[in-house]
Design a protein around this ligand. Structure first.
Ligand SMILES: NC(=O)c1ccc[n+]([C@@H]2O[C@H](COP(=O)([O-])OP(=O)(O)OC[C@H]3O[C@@H](n4cnc5c(N)ncnc54)[C@H](O)[C@@H]3O)[C@@H](O)[C@H]2O)c1
Ligand SMILES: [Zn+2]
Length: 377
């Protein structure tokens, strides 16, 4: 079956761009880009996993549309790659090939490569054009869209970075076929997040079709990626630099980041898994504060469970050794904490998220303890 391309525009004035969603996009590269590649030097930044399966096809496609040269750099996979040493390596690689402002960087990989490569593109020659070619579900629905780029430091995640928009995002759905099942499910948690924060109808559709999405059935997958990108594009167009509405995209993330930090990024908890637990906790906290009825939180948890995603802190294996107070301390460290009070994205119901700036520590502690299996209701 030939599927039509779906296109979502990110409207940012002179920096507007298209997200193109479809199958086999590398073979149709020329149609997808806002300018001709003829005579330009092209660079592919990837990691060993994404590169093994998809770099050769992209390279051939770039040659066939007339790129003057194509260089590839494959970095080790994993979050540790989003760091100063690999940023330096990437910049040295680009500059060593004598790039100019016509050169184009293609980031072929998940959020790690997209975030790192985007920052390198922003910095090299004070900015060269870059194209996101996301190869994980998480990257296709979230990290490749919106221009947040960055690396981690010893002080925390994403603390060094820039807002720098790509010139195009190519979501080639077929590239997800090589992605491990666990990574697909983790990305799916971010898809669910969009329904939960602003679109009840989409969440209801996911309750019915989530299995098809995660089985990579093309029509359902395409719809899920398009709807997610449309919501993110809309929010980014209204608030590129996260002054207000963009914060809603952090639903589940204050809890999630603390859990990730507590798990020390050792592979027992993927980002999307942390977001699934964090989102369930955000609903529980909303119930506790009287914003929404408990049945709503039950319904959200039921969907995550049905999709084989974790919803409670005690689901993490091997178990976290930290307690509720240590998790609270990690949340206060999170850059989203404002003047001692915890800022959370809470909900009045499915699809109705809002920013709460006055959340009491004791409410958060109670919700954490319950999810750890202490203080059961
Ligand atoms: N910039 C943003 O707005 C934003 C938003 C959300 C997340 N992020 C960042 O994204 C990162 C997480 O992204 P991710 O979940 O894509 O992780 P990732 O980039 O580490 O990819 C996950 C794993 O899948 C492998 N992989 C990638 N594509 C593959 C493919 N097609 N086939 C087989 N294996 C493949 C990778 O090598 C890696 O092992 C985090 O660093 C997070 O901070 C950024
Ligand atoms: Zn996320």
């Amino acid at each position: 079956m030939i599927m039509r391309n779906r296109t979502v525009r990110v409207e940012l004035g002179a920096r507007s761009y298209a997200i193109i969603i479809g199958e086999g996009l590398t073979a149709r590269l020329a149609e997808c880009l806002p300018f001709s590649l003829a005579g330009r030097a092209a660079f592919i930044l990837t990691d060993d996993n994404a590169g093994r399966y998809h770099a050769q096809a992209l390279k051939e496609a770039l040659m066939s549309v007339g790129a003057a040269s194509v260089e590839t750099l494959a970095l080790p996979p994993g979050e540790k790659t989003k760091s100063f040493p690999y940023l330096e390596q990437t910049l040295s690689w680009l500059l060593g090939h004598r790039i100019d402002r016509q050169s184009v960087l293609f980031t072929l990989g998940g959020g790690v490569i997209g975030d790192l490569g985007g920052l390198a593109a922003a910095l090299a020659m004070r900015g060269i054009p870059f194209v996101q070619v996301p190869t994980t579900l998480l990257a296709q629905v979230d990290s490749s869209v919106g221009g947040k780029t960055g690396i981690n430091t010893s002080q925390g995640k994403n603390l060094v970075g820039a807002f720098y928009q790509p010139v195009a995002v190519l979501c080639s759905l077929d590239m997800l076929k090589t992605l491990p099942r666990r990574e697909i499910l983790a990305g799916y948690a971010e898809v669910v997040k969009y329904g939960l924060l602003g679109d009840l109808e989409f969440f209801e559709w996911l309750e019915a079709k989530g299995r098809d999405v995660c089985a990579l059935e093309p029509e359902s997958l395409g719809h899920a990626v398009e709807t997610s990108c449309r919501m993110k594009a809309d929010i980014v167009a209204r608030d590129e630099r996260e002054q207000e509405v963009r914060a809603l995209l952090n639903l589940g993330h204050t809890f999630g980041h603390a859990l990730e930090a507590a798990a020390e990024f050792d592979g027992r908890l993927l980002h999307g898994e942390a977001v699934a637990i964090g989102t369930a906790l955000a609903f529980r906290l909303s119930v506790r504060r009287g914003h929404c009825p408990p049945e709503v939180a039950d319904r959200v948890e039921a969907h995550f469970r049905a999709m084989n995603l974790p919803v409670d802190i005690r689901d993490i294996q091997p178990r976290l050794t930290v307690g509720a107070d240590e998790l609270l301390a990690l949340m206060e460290h999170d850059k989203k904490a404002e003047q001692g009070r915890l800022v959370f994205i809470l909900v009045n119901g499915i699809g109705q998220a809002f920013v709460a700036r006055d959340v009491l520590l004791e409410d958060v502690r109670a919700v954490l303890q319950q999810s750890m299996g202490m203080n059961r209701k």
